[in-house]
Design a protein around this ligand. Structure first.
Ligand SMILES: *Cc1c(COP(=O)(O)O)cnc(C)c1O
Length: 466
C-alpha cells in the first residue's frame, strides 16, 4: 500500500481550527522556520481510510488468535483502559505539588500492596519501563547488596540455557560474567550442574518458573536453597507469572527479587512496543536499594527512569487486580494452564510436544522429525498460519529445542477458538505432506511475506525520503 506522503495531494486538507480568541502575535524571526514543513496534504476521509487500511494489515489480539508464547498476548478488559483514561490520571503533571496528587499516590500504594501480596515480596518500584529494564534494575539491587557488605569477589550470575535472551544480556550489562548451565532432559534446572558452578564468586541466579518450556520446576525450593547456601541471591523473571498468579508466590519459592511485566500479566496490551512496566519487587533486605520515585519522596535514591515510571500502566494493573479479585486472579491462571493443556492435547498426534507431559501456561512443539519427513520447517508452518488468520507462535525459542514452535493460548480464549486452532494445525500437518512447496512460499495472502529480518534489524529504514 502507499505511504501517507505518497497519497498527499497539494492543496487538499481540512480546516478545523477554532476561531482564535487571543490576539495573534508574530514570532521572532529566529524562531520561524525558513521552509514550511513537508506534511502530507489529505482530507479527513483520506486519513481515515489510510489508517483503517493500515489497521487491516496488522494482526492484533482483537483480530484473532494470537498464541505468541512467552509473551502473554491476552485480551485485556476495556474497563482497565477506561480507568487509565480518566482525566484525573492523564492530566496530572509529574511535578505537581504533593497535596494535589494524593489520588495518584494512592494508586501506586494500592498497586504496590496488591502486587507484593501476589508475589510474596516486601517492597516494589514501578520505575522500570519494561521487563528487560526491570531485570537490569533487579540485578543492580543484587549488586548493591553484595557491595554494601564488602563482598566484592562475587562477579558471576548463573543463567540456565533455556533462559530468555534478556537474562544474560542484563547480567552482562550490570558487569557480571555469565555462567550458563545446561537444562536436564526434562527442561528443568540440572541440580548437579548447578552445584558444580556455585561458589564464592556467585552473585546470583536468574530464573523463570514456570520456565521457558512451560514447565514448573519441582526442585525450585532446593535450587534457591543451594544458591543462598553459596551466598548468592535469586532473581525471578516474572514474565511467566500468568501461569501461577494467586496460586504460588515467587517470594515463597525463595526468590529475593523479581520483575513483573505488567504489560504481559496485568492488562496492558503490548503489541508494537509499548508502553510497558517492568515493576521490580524485592524482599526487605534489598528494599533500601530500590530506585526512589521523585513523585513519591524525592529522596536521593538511584533513578532508572524519570518520576514514577509509566504510571497509567500501573492504573490498569490495579484495576485489573481489583476487578478480578481474590478468586479471579488464581482462576485466570488456572484457565491459562487448562487452555494450554487442552490445546497441547489436541495438537498431539500431529505435531510433537518437545516435552510430553502436563504443561503450565505454554508448551513447545518440536518439529525436527516433521521437518526431516516433509522438508517443511517451523518457519514455514508459522508463515502459513498467517494465511489462516492466526498469529504465528513464537519460533525457534527456547534455543534448547530445535525447530521450536511455542504456543501460549492464554485464559481469554474460548474452547471454540482452541478447537479451531487445533484444526488449523491438523490441516497444515496434512498440507505439509501433500504440497510442501506451497508452504515454503507462504504466506500467500499477506501484505508482506518473508522480509529479510536480519537486514531490517541491522539497516532499518525508519524515515520516508521523498
Ligand atoms: C518478555 C520477556 C522478557 C522481557 O520483557 P520486556 O518487557 O519485553 O522487556 C524477559 N523474560 C521473559 C521470559 C520474557 O518472556
Amino acid at each position: 500500500m502507499k505511504l501517507i506522503f505518497e497519497k498527499s495531494v497539494p492543496g487538499r486538507g481540512m480546516d478545523y481550527l477554532p476561531q482564535c480568541d487571543v490576539e495573534a502575535v508574530a514570532l521572532p524571526a529566529g524562531l520561524v522556520r525558513d521552509v514550511a514543513p513537508r506534511l502530507p496534504e489529505l482530507s479527513e476521509t483520506d486519513i481515515s481510510r489510510h489508517y483503517t487500511e493500515l489497521n487491516k494489515n496488522v494482526h492484533g489480539v482483537n483480530c484473532g488468535f494470537y498464541p505468541l508464547g512467552s509473551c502473554t498476548m491476552k485480551y485485556n478488559p476495556r474497563i482497565d483502559e477506561e480507568m487509565a483514561a480518566l482525566p484525573g490520571f492523564t492530566g496530572v503533571h509529574p511535578l505537581a505539588p504533593a497535596h494535589t496528587t494524593a489520588g495518584c499516590r494512592e494508586v501506586l500504594d494500592t498497586a504496590r500492596t496488591l502486587l507484593c501480596e501476589i508475589t510474596g515480596m516486601d517492597d516494589m518500584t514501578f520505575q522500570p519501563a519494561a521487563g528487560a529494564h526491570g531485570e537490569f534494575t533487579g540485578v543492580l539491587l543484587i549488586k548493591q547488596y553484595h557491595e554494601a557488605r564488602g563482598d566484592s569477589k562475587r562477579n558471576k550470575i548463573i543463567v540456565p540455557d533455556s533462559a530468555h535472551g534478556t537474562n544474560p544480556a542484563t547480567a552482562a550489562m550490570c558487569g557480571y560474567t555469565i555462567v550458563n548451565i545446561p537444562s536436564a532432559p526434562n527442561g528443568c534446572v540440572d541440580l548437579e550442574a548447578l552445584k558444580k558452578v556455585l561458589g564464592e564468586d556467585t552473585a546470583g541466579l536468574m530464573l523463570t518458573n514456570p520456565n521457558t518450556v512451560g514447565i514448573f520446576d519441582e526442585n525450585i525450593l532446593e535450587i534457591t536453597r543451594l544458591v543462598h547456601e553459596a551466598g548468592g541471591l535469586c532473581y525471578y523473571d516474572g514474565a511467566n507469572l500468568n501461569a501461577v498468579m494467586g496460586v504460588v508466590r515467587p517470594g515463597d519459592m525463595g526468590f529475593d527479587c523479581i520483575h513483573l511485566n505488567l504489560h504481559k500479566t496485568f492488562a496492558t496490551p503490548h503489541g508494537g512496543g509499548g508502553p510497558g512496566s517492568g515493576a521490580v519487587g524485592c524482599k526487605a533486605r534489598l528494599a533500601a536499594y530500590l530506585p526512589g520515585s521523585a513523585m513519591m519522596d524525592g529522596a536521593g535514591h538511584i533513578q532508572v527512569r524519570s518520576f514514577a515510571g509509566n504510571f497509567l500502566v500501573v492504573v490498569k494493573a490495579m484495576t485489573y487486580i481489583l476487578s478480578l479479585g481474590r478468586e479471579g486472579i488464581p482462576e485466570a491462571a488456572q484457565n491459562a494452564v487448562l487452555n494450554a493443556n487442552y490445546l497441547q492435547a489436541k495438537i498431539k498426534g500431529t505435531f510433537e510436544p518437545a516435552f510430553d507431559r502436563i504443561c503450565m501456561h505454554e508448551f513447545v512443539l518440536d518439529l525436527s522429525r516433521f521437518k526431516k519427513e516433509t522438508g517443511v520447517s517451523a518457519l514455514d508452518v508459522a508463515k502459513t498460519l498467517i494465511d489462516y488468520g492466526m498469529h504465528p507462535p513464537t519460533m525457534y525459542f527456547p534455543l534448547i529445542v530445535h525447530e521450536a514452535l511455542m504456543l501460549e493460548p492464554t485464559e481469554t480464549e474460548s474452547r471454540d477458538t482452541l478447537d479451531w486452532a487445533a484444526e488449523v494445525f491438523r490441516k497444515l500437518y496434512d498440507l505439509a505432506h501433500e504440497d510442501p512447496a506451497y508452504m515454503h512460499d507462504s504466506p500467500h495472502n499477506a501484505q508482506i511475506g518473508r522480509p529479510d529480518e536480519v537486514r531490517a534489524a541491522r539497516n532499518p529504514v525508519l524515515r520516508w525520503k521523498g
